[in-house]
Design a binder for this molecule. Structure first.
Ligand SMILES: Nc1ncnc2c1ncn2[C@@H]1O[C@H](COP(=O)(O)OP(=O)(O)O)[C@@H](O)[C@H]1O
Ligand SMILES: [Mg+2]
Length: 264
């Protein structure tokens, strides 16, 4: 069977980006009329040359831009099934960040123990029962493929872990509060090839339970881990399709040039 974008729509949509525009400081028009679906429990990759707006788009999903005054959104990101517009000023960004968590380019654990890094978000959410926290910390560490490596040293400082382990700890931290979507911004760009492979494997595992959006400048990585790919250029979404189609038969010449390495 030939798969087309219409089969995309057979998967439930977790979020839809509708005519999204974003302005830095009210001046730099960094995203221009972006429209795309994010399928539930699938991996969607954002690719494109440096400066095209990948990080900017990703950060709209958890309202990170609200941390700086003067930034402005127009359009919407509708989160399903309730359909709320994440960008509405009636929606509390803190609440959004509970539902949509983020993993950054460089591992950024807190200067705390391995255990406390994962427990932190649970405590912030008001969980105080030691037994519940223990259980959730273990589950998050298992789900991030770190448990066996750290179970005997949970009270060690997180900084004593290797780079790849620190990044998996950040993933455990993101998972602990049961987010609906996890955003990854070039999560392996600071890691060696072995640590990169383990993070990629983990991302593929995680989509069984959570929706994933990943920015990568590494096209092979997008091809390996994602189900859908959005190619962006100069703040616009040039093409969105199943990853296989974006890489094997893109419909726009700009996409073809980019995925074949002719520019970017
Ligand atoms: N804080 C900022 N203030 C003003 N312009 C910014 C800021 N951050 C990024 N930009 C601009 O927005 C555009 C998109 O950047 P970005 O989303 O970081 O691209 P990418 O992640 O694809 O490399 C670029 O032109 C960049 O210079
Ligand atoms: Mg970026």
């Amino acid at each position: 069977m030939v798969e087309t974008v219409s089969s995309t729509l057979e998967k439930p949509i977790k979020a839809s980006v509708n005519y999204l525009n974003f302005y830095y400081g009210g001046k730099v028009h960094a995203l221009k009329d972006i429209n795309m679906p994010v399928s539930e429990k699938q991996v969607t990759a954002l690719i494109g040359p440096s400066g095209c707006g990948k990080t900017t788009l990703l950060r709209c999903f958890n309202r990170m831009h609200d941390l700086y005054p003067g930034n402005r959104y127009r359009g919407e990101i509708a989160l399903q099934p309730d359909g709320i517009n994440l960008l509405s000023n009636k929606v509390d960004p803190i609440e959004v960040r509970m539902r949509i968590s983020m993993v950054f380019q460089r591992p950024n654990p807190f200067p705390k123990s391995i255990y406390e890094n994962v427990a932190y978000g649970l405590r912030v959410r008001g969980e105080s029962k030691r037994g519940v926290i223990d259980e959730k910390v273990e589950k998050a560490l298992r789900d991030s493929a770190l448990w066996n490596e750290v179970k005997d040293r949970l009270n060690d400082l997180a900084f004593n872990l290797s780079g790849g382990q620190q990044q998996r700890l950040c993933i455990a931290r993101a998972l602990a509060t049961d987010p609906e979507i996890i955003l990854f911004d070039e999560p392996t760009s600071a890691l060696d090839p072995i640590a990169t492979a383990s993070i990629e494997e983990l991302i593929v595992q995680l989509k069984k339970t959570v929706t994933i959006l990943i920015v990568t400048h590494n096209m092979q990585q997008a091809a390996r881990v994602s189900d859908y790919t959005a190619f962006m250029y100069l703040g616009e979404l040039v093409e969105f399709d199943m990853t296989e189609d974006i890489f094997n038969h893109p419909s726009k010449p700009q996409t073809a040039d980019y995925v074949s390495g002719r520019f970017g």
